[in-house]
Structures are given as C-alpha cells and as structure tokens.
Design a protein around this ligand. Structure first.
Ligand SMILES: Cc1cc2nc3c(=O)[nH]c(=O)nc-3n(C[C@H](O)[C@H](O)[C@H](O)COP(=O)(O)O)c2cc1C
Length: 353
C-alpha cells in the first residue's frame, strides 16, 4: 500500500485512534507506507496531515504501528517536507514557505481548513499555495538534520523503516528538477548539484537508522505540483546510481498519478534496474493483470496499489480470489471522519450483511 494522505490527524498534528484503525484494517498489504508525515512544522503543506517531530506525535504513531504489527503487517513512515507546496497559514508567524528557489507554481492548490472547523467535518477547501522564499545553505543543513531526527523518531514510534518523499513535487523533488531549482550555488545548476540535497538527506537518514531501513520515492515523469525536469532519463538514473552506492533498501517509483504522466518507457525502467540493485517498487493505476506482467517481465519487484486500497481494506484477498472491488469515493479522500475512511467493507463483511 503506497503513501496516501488522508488529512485526519488530530490537534497538534497527532495520529489518532481512528488512523490506527484504518491502517490496522489494511495490514494484510504486507508492507504499508504511511501517508506523508512532516518532519517539522515548516514541512507541512496541508490541513490535518500528521507530523513526527514532537513526543506526542511519536506517541500517536505508536498506536498505528502497534495496530499494524498486531495483524502481522509491516509499516514504513513516509517522511516529507513539502517545500513550496504550503501556505502561510500553516507556517510559524505566517512566514513564507521555503524552497530551493523563489518560484511559485501557478494554479497549484493545497488542501486547507482555513475556517478551522476541525478534522471531523472535512470542511477543507483548495487554496493556491503561497509564494515561497529561497533557502539559505545553513537552513538547508538544518532541514537535513530534521530529516535524520524524524527518521529516528519514526523508529522510536515503532515503524519498520522510512520512505523519503522524493517525488510529486515536494521539497526533495524541487531540488532535483531543473524547472524548480534555479540556484547558482552547490545545490543548483548541474545534475550533480541538483542531486546534492537528495544525497545528503539520504546519507544522514541512513547514518541515523541504518540504510536497510530506508527507501526513497521518486516520480521521474509525473508533473504534480508543477515540478518537472528537462532531462528526467539522465537526472533520475543518476539519482538511482547515487542511491545504489549508498545502498538503501528500495526505490519506489510513482509512475502515474492523478495527472496524465507520459507512460514510462520500458528502456527507462530497464535503466533503473541496471543502475539500482535493491528492490524496485512501482505504483500508478495498476490492475492485478498489469502488476503480474510487471513482475514477470522483471523490471519491478513489488507493485503497490493506492486508490484500490482506500476502498478495499482486504485488497490482497480480493485480488487473490478474483473478487470484485469497491470503488473509492474521492469526496472523502482528504479530511473528515470515519465516512469514506474506515467504513469500507471487507468481502467477508459484505457477505455477512
Ligand atoms: C488520496 C491520495 C493521497 C495521496 N497522498 C500521497 C502521499 O502522501 N505521498 C505520496 O507519495 N503519494 C501520495 N499519493 C499517490 C499514491 O501513493 C499513488 O502513487 C497514486 O494514488 C497512484 O496509484 P493508484 O493508481 O494505485 O492509486 C496519494 C494518492 C491518493 C489517491
């Protein structure tokens, strides 16, 4: 199950009992990757997303990891800093969000709860994110430390490992992609420089918790949040080589998403395989048939299923037995309570009712 933001954390951005129930219901996934979880207040981009930088947040996550482990599942925490995809209302003292460069992605919206009505009513709205300001080098070093500390916190909270969100237009991808990074110092310009932030974050996190507990998500071709690279086949394969050298557990490729990302050519997938010796996970509009084909053709080790898992807590059982799938209701994707979250039935419950 890939990371999916559901915006249902409680006050203080703390994971709740309801979230523990939701993740526990989906433990048969084998491996769950949590929703994007901010490493600091500055790293938050949406209403009601959970954090992992306070003791109370660590305590909240313990309930989630226990619920998943009790049912024999594994769970990694997806750690994110959203960079420019944020809004002043989420930042301390209404400050501007931060980014590699002060570039606004026009038309990119974030889910907010400006009326402050609370997570239970799902009263969020989509708002244009705020103009970011460029990070200084000392600030970049601080964020790298924040990632390392958040990784340690995740292990303390009982997670089996962490996935760095290096995809979908958030901070790490903003550094990688040529269109969001116009810096002229050692963090911008050449491919090597644009990959420096990724390399330093991964190294710090691997030193903090062990490289075997670290995965990285990448989205070489998606255009989410206005982030795009001019030469993704070069940039992302170079990144894969760096990740291979560090020796992390996996790369998780978001191949397609909400957008109409171009189909990833087989040659690109084969290049990933050649560059990276660890586990390769792919996600993006997969059916059971396409997943089986991807595994049998050898360029994927694991496939994760996103939206189908929202609506089918027993998805593996349904796929194994060729049962029909519930359709997810996107009205309840972000924010709200149990509806459209923990109330989807398993096949067994459906039969009993
Ligand atoms: C409601 C929702 C929230 C998502 N939140 C995240 C997120 O926090 N982090 C992330 O890397 N991807 C996120 N994604 C993308 C999914 O991980 C996945 O890549 C995407 O849904 C495509 O897979 P699918 O076609 O199987 O759903 C989200 C997707 C959905 C539907």
């Amino acid at each position: 199950m890939p990371p999916m933001t559901r915006s249902r954390a409680g006050d203080g951005e703390i994971a709740t009992d309801l979230m523990a129930e939701y993740y526990g219901q989906r433990a048969s996934a084998g491996l769950i990757i949590s929703e994007g979880t901010q490493i600091s207040r500055q790293g938050q981009g949406y209403a009601w997303t959970p954090g992992i930088y306070t003791q109370d947040q660590i305590a909240g996550w313990k309930k989630v990891t226990h619920a998943v482990h009790a049912k024999g599942g594994l769970i990694f925490a997806q750690l994110w800093h959203v960079g420019r995809v944020s809004h002043v209302s989420l930042q301390e003292d209404n400050q501007a969000p931060v980014a590699p460069s002060a570039i606004l992605a026009e038309g990119v919206k974030v889910f907010l709860d400006l009326k402050g009505k609370g997570p239970k009513d799902g009263a969020g709205e989509m708002v244009q994110h705020s103009m970011p300001r460029e990070l200084t080098v000392p600030e970049i070093r601080q964020i790298i430390q924040d990632f390392a500390q958040a990784a340690k916190n995740a292990i303390e909270a009982g997670f089996d490992g962490i996935e760095l969100h290096g995809a979908n237009g958030y901070l790490i991808e903003q550094f990688i992609d040529s269109q969001t990074n116009h810096r002229t110092d050692e963090y911008g310009g050449s491919v090597e420089n644009r990959l420096r932030f990724l390399k330093e974050v991964v190294t710090a996190v691997a030193d903090a918790i062990g490289k075997d507990k670290v995965g990285v998500r990448q989205a070489p071709l998606t255009t989410l949040m206005g982030a795009q690279d001019d030469t993704p086949e070069i940039t992302y394969i170079e990144a894969a080589k760096i990740l291979n050298e560090i020796g992390i557990a996996y790369i998780h490729i978001a191949e397609a998403d909400w957008d109409n990302a171009p189909v990833m050519p087989i040659a690109f997938k084969e290049a990933y395989r050649k560059a990276f010796k660890g586990t390769l996970i792919y996600t993006g509009k997969y059916s059971k048939e396409r997943a089986e084909e991807a595994i049998s053709r050898g360029w994927a080790d694991l496939i994760s299923f996103g939206r189908p898992f929202i609506a089918n807590p027993d998805l593996p059982y349904r796929l194994q037995n060729n049962l029909s799938l519930n359709e997810p209701d996107r009205t309840y994707f972000f924010g709200g309570g149990t509806k459209g979250y923990t109330d989807y039935q398993t096949h067994e419950q459906f039969i009993e009712n």
